[in-house]
Design a protein around this ligand. Sequence first.
Ligand SMILES: Nc1ncnc2c1ncn2[C@@H]1O[C@H](COP(=O)(O)OP(=O)(O)O)[C@@H](O)[C@H]1O
Ligand SMILES: [Mg+2]
Length: 292
Amino acid sequence: MRDKRDRFDNDTYTRRGRLTEYERARLAESPEQDLPGDGDRYSTWDTGERGPQPYPEWLVTDLAAVDTELGILKTGKEADVHLLRRGLPDRSRECLLAAKRYRSSEHRQFHRDSGYLEGRRMRRSRENRAMANRTSFGRNLIAEQWAVAEFAALGRLWTAGLPVPYPVQRDGTELLLEFLGDEDGTAAPRLAQLRPGEDELADLWFQAEKALEQLAAEGLAHGDLSAYNVLVHESRLMLIDTPQLVDVFANPGGAEYLARDAANLAGWFSSRGLNLDVPDLVAKLRDRAGLR
Ligand SMILES: Nc1ncnc2c1ncn2[C@@H]1O[C@H](COP(=O)(O)OP(=O)(O)O)[C@@H](O)[C@H]1O
Ligand SMILES: [Mg+2]
C-alpha cells in the first residue's frame, strides 16, 4: 500500500518561508491540524539523511511532530549548537535534540579546513574552485562537507558501540543529535569543567581508556580529542565533535593522531592527579589498532 505522503515528492516543492509547498500540501490533507507557532517548524524527520537503525526508543519519529527552538546551547567559531524540542502538539510524546549548525559565514574560522580539504578529492572542479576561493557558495559547500563528515562519523561510532550521542538527522549544514543533558534543557558539562573526586576521576578514566581502546580497535582516532570534546552525562563519558575522525591506516599521519588524542585526554586526567604512563598507553593503543 502506498502511503498518502508518497503523492508529494518533497524534492519537487520549493521552500516558501518557513514551510515548503510540500509541507503546505500535507497540511491541506489534514485540516484538523494547526500550524506550528512562531519559530516552530514541522519535524524534519522526512528530509535529509537519517541516523543508523534501529532508531532509539526515545526518538520521536511522528511526522506530525513539531520542532520548537528552545535556545542556544553554545556558539562557536565553526558551528552553533541549539536546543530543540521535537514533540507532538498535545505533548504526549516529545524529545530534546541538539541542533549543531555549521557556519558558512565569512567570519567563521575553521582550523580544521586545510588538512581535511587537502586530503579529499572532489570530483567536480567547479566545486573545488568555489571552495578554494571561498566564494559564498564555496563556504556553504565546506560547511556542508563538515556536517556530512560528522554525521557519517557519528553513525559509524554509534553503530560500533562507542559512547557518542545518537545522530538523528542531517539536512544541509544542520545535524540533529541526541541531546546530552537534563530534561529541563541543561546540557551535560564538558569534562574540562569538572573537578571530580578521586573515585569519580578513576571511574571516568576507566571509561576514557575503554573509549580510546574501542576507537583503536576500529582503526580510528577522534582527531581532535580533548577534555573540551568530552561531555559527562549521567556519569557516562561521551565523545562529541567528531567531523575530523581519522582512519589511522588511510591517513599518513594516522598514528600521530592516535597518540595525540591519547596524550591530550590522559594529560587532563594527569593534571587532576591520576598517575598515568602515556607512552605505555600509546603503545597499547597502537598494538590494539594493529599499527606496527
Ligand atoms: N549532543 C549534545 N548534547 C548537549 N550539548 C552538546 C551536544 N553537542 C554539542 N553540545 C554542546 O555544544 C558545544 C560545542 O559542540 P562541539 O560539537 O564541540 O562543536 P565545536 O567545538 O565545533 O563548536 C559542546 O561543548 C557542548 O557544550
Ligand atoms: Mg568542540
